[in-house]
Structures are given as C-alpha cells and as structure tokens.
Design a protein around this ligand. Structure first.
Ligand code: ZN
Ligand code: ZN
Length: 477
C-alpha cells in the first residue's frame, strides 16, 4: 500500500517522523547540510518538531513494475540504446560467415550489448529510469562483469550437459526449466553482491525468489513471454523480409529482448531492494532521480514550513515565522509577503493587513504584477478608503485599475493620491485622469466638468491646461 504525504495528499511520502507521526514528502522535510570534519552531511528534519526523519525507502515512491510494463517495451527504443543496437547489428554484417575470427568478433559485439544491458540494470536499480549513456564506462569498462555473467551461463550449460548425459533428454528439459526460473535470481544477485560465487550459491539464489514473493513469478512470466515475442514477430514477418536481412533483424530483436529483460530485472531489484537486502542510499537515489527530472525551482523550505502550519490550522505560529523572516531577516520574498498578507486577511487583523499591504503592494507594483496589485489595492481600500501605496507606484496602479475596468476604484485611487500626496507635481495630471474616467467610463459628465474647471482655476499656468481646455469643450451635457 502506497502512503502519501500528510500535507500533500497526492505526493507519495518519502519520510516518516517518529516524533509526531507525520508522513512527509521531499518538499516538506527540511534539509540541513552540516559540515562534519570536512565532510558535508545532509540531515533531513521534520518541519514541525525539528527531529530527524526516517527515509521510507524507494518502494513507496515507485509504481510496481507490472503497472509500467509499456515503458519497459519503449526503453530499448530510446535514442541511445536504439542507435547502439543498430550500429552493433550493422557491424555484425561484416562477420556473418563462419570462421574462428568472425565468431570471436561476433562474440565481442554481443558482449558490448550485454555489457550495456548490464549497465542498464545497474542504473535502473539505483533509481535512474532512463537508459544509460553509451560511454566507454557502460560498454567496455569492467568488462569482467560480462565474463561473470557468462560464468553463470557456462555453469548452467555445463550442468545441463551432465544432467542430459546421466538422466536423458527429458530430465534435461526439466532441468532447463528450473534453471531458467532461477536465472533472473542469479543475475540480480550478481548485481547486488558483485560476486559470481554468491550468484551461483544455491542458498542465495533459491532464497531470493521467496523474499520477493509473487512479484518474482510475475517477473519470470514476463521474461518468458518477452523472450518468445521476438520469435513470434520474426515468424510473422519473415516472408516480407529480404533473406539477407533476416539474421540482422533477428539479432536486433534478440538485443531488444536482452535490454528489456535487464531493465526489468533492474527495476525489480529497485522495487524490492529492501526485501533483497540491496542497499539504496537516499542521496544516491535522489541524485539518480533528479537526473531525469526537468530542473524546477526548488520549493523553499520556509514556505513549506509555513504551509504546514497553515494546513494544521496554526495560523498564529505561521504568522510568527513570517514576522521573524520579514522583521529580523529582512526578507522581501514575494511569496512570503503574499502568505503573510493572506494570513492577516484570514485572521481579520485589519491594521496589520493594511500596514503590511502597503509594503506588499509596493513590491507588486515594482515587479509589474498588475492583477495582484489591483486585487490587494481593492481589498485594502475597501477596509480603509484612505489606503495608499507609496507615491512612486500609486499613479501607475490607478492606471492599471482603469485598464482592468475597475473605474470606481481607479477614481478612488486618484482621489486618495491627491489627498495623501498633495504636494506631488503629478497632481494636475491625476485630476485630469480622474475626470477622463468620470466622463468616459462612468458617464458623470457634470462631475468631470467641475473637476476640470477646478483644475484650471487651481493651476492656471500648468502645461496641461491648454489640453484640459480643449478636452473640456468635448464634454457636452
Ligand atoms: Zn515531527
Ligand atoms: Zn508534503
């Protein structure tokens, strides 16, 4: 059963706080990097009680392999493995005729693919669900891994020979079926222990399927069916293909199958790593998973902390955290300002809301956040008609209000401006803008005329006056 974050019901939980019994996702835990004797260590803490939290392992974050089968089929068709597969198949063309040298060459080419598949198994088991790069590391380095695998096949084949010799063909088939059943177990053991001896140790390879349980049989079933699939496809299409192409296409599909099965085994190892006893470290897993994610801006731990307090209904605590951040750490983070504003509004703390709203709206205007600035102004000026942002952005804001169709509020803003910033040189312009709205938007032509006449009287020498007089002529009542 998958468990979810107590605060983000759609996100699988990755951490467990034993102290307060909360299940938390990656966004919720607070990550502290501490330098201990020159080594940076990461600690993950509960945002509520500051205790270290326990990682739940990957199984909760992964969908079970049987729910993502289509993706195993697509995996070998990703660009990197596809190109490598095609190149290797084409290379095979040169070594098709029978000779010792050609056999060795074919073996080497096959080995490259097996090594690449093995790397795919390893990277998948670490949590990276993308095919590995085609690098020297992944196709040739540590080539002994390929030989170790061959060691498994060799031992199985050798025993097969003995069984057939001693007991006959039928027992041979029975042996083959049993060996095939435990082959994935051996390969998984080889990866997790890196020891051929462990992989061939009956106590180990017989026990592992029981640890995994029904999942192992299911995996086995898929591997067997998958193994049959290329043969079926080939039989269906063989008549449509030119004869010369048949060996190459066969190799292509064999490779395809190999990669799928290794990818699947890697995923099973990842999914059941706790049961198998394969250690996956949170840091490794996070690094590998991050590789496939499009980088997004990381959620701020402080915001998460605030969000958690809010979701728990501890508004006062959330307000306290924000006040510390703003007053002591001088934060001007827009998100924090927004949370604070919303909280003060929610708690009906009007005077705090107005004084914070003033700072908040100035930042909004500065960052040209028109719709939010308008909204905050409307809300605050509904509480206090004289609510006024700083003089610098106020006129701009009034313009935005008009543009957004909030004519009354725009008039209110212009009017407040003339009262609060009565010495501002932009006052005549502001009067004129207000008259414009009265005339054009609100149909209050008399009011507009009176306002403009007053403007002419008060500032007879201002630059704007000729323009105002001209405009006045156009207002016919
Ligand atoms: Zn806790
Ligand atoms: Zn969460």
């Amino acid at each position: 059963m998958q468990t979810f974050c107590s605060y983000h019901p759609t996100k699988p939980a990755s951490w467990d706080c034993g102290a307060c019994d909360s299940l938390l996702c990656d966004d919720c835990v607070v990550c502290r990097k501490v330098n201990q004797l020159g080594v940076t260590k990461e600690f993950h803490l509960c945002p509520k009680c500051n205790q270290e939290v326990k990682w739940l392992g990957v199984s909760n974050l992964l969908e079970p392999f049987w729910e993502r089968l289509p993706r195993f089929f697509i995996y070998p068709f990703s660009l990197r493995p596809l190109i490598l597969n095609i190149i290797l198949c084409l290379a095979m063309l040169f070594f098709l005729e029978n000779s010792l040298f050609n056999s060795l060459a074919r073996f080497a080419i096959w080995g490259i693919w097996l090594k690449y598949s093995f790397s795919a198994l390893q990277t998948t088991a670490k949590g990276n669900l993308n095919p590995p790069d085609v690098t020297a590391q992944n196709i040739s380095k540590d080539f002994q891994e390929v030989f170790k695998q061959l060691g498994i096949y060799f031992v199985l084949a050798f025993l097969f020979g003995i069984v057939v010799n001693l007991f006959g063909k039928n027992f041979g088939i029975l042996y083959g079926a049993i060996a095939l059943l435990f082959l994935p177990s051996m390969i998984i053991l080889l990866v997790s222990t890196q020891s051929l001896f462990q992989a061939l140790n009956p106590f180990a390879f017989l026990r592992l399927p029981f640890r995994i349980g029904g999942g192992y049989l299911l995996m086995y079933f898929f591997l067997i069916t998958l193994g049959g699939a290329p043969v079926v496809i080939l039989n269906l299409t063989i008549e449509l293909l030119p004869m010369a192409m048949v060996p190459i296409i066969t190799i292509f599909f064999k490779n395809y199958y190999t990669l799928i099965s290794y990818n699947l085994m890697g995923y099973v190892l990842l999914q059941y790593h706790e049961k198998i006893g394969y250690d996956i470290d949170y840091e490794d897993f996070a690094r590998e998973t991050r590789k496939k994610k499009i980088p997004t801006s990381p959620a701020s731990p402080l915001l998460n902390e605030i969000e958690i307090q809010v979701k728990d209904g501890n508004y006062d605590q959330a307000i306290k955290i924000i006040q510390t951040e703003i007053n002591i750490n001088n934060s001007t983070d827009l998100d924090i300002f927004d949370r604070y504003y919303q909280l003060l509004k929610l708690k009906n703390m009007s005077s705090d809301m107005l004084s914070h709203g003033k700072k908040y709206i100035d930042i909004l205007i500065d960052s040209n956040n028109t719709s939010k600035a308008c909204k905050v102004y409307i809300e605050c000026s509904n509480v206090d008609k004289q609510f006024a942002p700083g003089s610098k952005g106020f006129v701009k804001l009034a313009g935005w209000l008009k543009k957004a169709g909030h004519s009354k509020e725009a008039i209110r803003a212009y009017s407040t401006f003339t009262k609060v910033y009565s010495k501002d040189p932009r006052i005549p312009n502001v009067y004129f803008r207000a008259a414009e709205i009265l005339n054009e938007r609100l149909g209050q032509k008399t009011k507009a005329r009176n306002l403009l006449n007053g403007l002419i009287k008060k500032y007879p020498d201002h630059d704007i006056i000729p323009f105002v007089k001209n405009y006045l002529k156009g207002i016919t009542i």
